[in-house]
Design a protein around this ligand. Sequence first.
Ligand code: CAA
Length: 380
Amino acid sequence: MNFSLTEDQLAIREMAREFAEKEVAVRAAAIDKESAFPQDLFDLMVRMGFTGLCVPEKYGGSGGNQLDKVIVVEEIAKKCAATAAVLSIHMLFAFLLLKFGSEEQKKKYLPEVTSGGCLAAFALTEPGAGSDAGSARTTAILDEASGEYVINGTKCFISGGGRAKYVALIALTQPEKGLKGFSCILVERGTPGFSVGKTEEKMGLHGSETVELIFENCRVPRENLLGEEGKGFKYAMIGLDAARIGIAAQALGIAEGALEEAVKYMHQRVQFGKPIAELQGLQWYIADMATKMEAAKWLTYYAAYLESAGLPHTKEAAMAKLNASENARFVTNLALQIHGGYGYMKDYPLERMYRDAKITEIYEGTSEIHKVVISRAVLG
Ligand code: CAA
């Protein structure tokens, strides 16, 4: 057993940390205040090769594996959870392409979404199908005459969907087959019948746009089918297993950032004639925060290791996301509490971190869904 990062991983962490400290930290408050998609930071992440992580160089990627992705997302999330979310969620499209795409599809799409600067999205959720993803009703029916899928339906809460050049859409190609009737279809922005609906106003994660996608008799060629017909639900679940590790990393980063702020503040803030770092009640908060965070870190790294090694990781990914997201809420809450009234003010980053942490318990599967996944795996 080896708990050390490799030379390459240490170098990636250093690069991501420097990027987060120099470029991201200074933008985080404005991104939140203005609900501004961080296009400039996304472009920088493309240039630095972060959007190409986990994709081989021959497809325009920068190589590496899930653990490299976790390290990068974690570092960025310490300073700005929204920027980390943009990166992490964008990468799910490439994951699906790499895993299930034909050679032709890999060559067509991967260079664009890794080093080419195009944003991509994944569309599963619908107004009536959130945790019960299998109740989605969007259809993509093959019109044999034209050889095109005709897509109808509405997807909601789609991160990055408004700017994405490509969307990996989960839709029913054979509605009568239930869960085995879903397929994954690639849809390009600008295709007639495909439009972007409302942009959500959210509690946090303001820089990561969340939109509705509307499909009205939207026709895409048969070649846009990813993998096999009828396997869409399975692909979505496999994709989410990997994506949830990214959200665990995001939650971990938020917690680490909040802990760093709390420690800094406790050394500076003087009350009762001494720095508040000398107050035992607050020291115990720090002990609890640091311990939970360490546990979240190793669960997340372990899930990433399993995925990278090609080993089963559904349960561990769910555990990592459940643990890291609940921990992020716990840690940001106490870090804000340590700051007292200042923590509640927008002059300090804690209120943003606290709001941003909450979504990690909800998106890419709620905590309750992760408990379903974990208990099914344990009980058999
Ligand atoms: N890996 C591979 N296959 C899997 C799988 C996995 N992790 N999980 C399920 N499957 C397969 C099953 O084996 C089964 O296939 P077979 O019939 O061939 O055996 C099939 O998928 C159906 O599985 P279930 O019977 O378990 O399906 P279910 O209806 O009970 O649902 C669920 C399971 C875990 C609750 C699932 O619906 C789920 O994960 N729900 C949460 C959805 C979610 O996370 N949504 C977030 C969307 S992304 C997002 O948040 C937006 C964004 O932009 C960030």
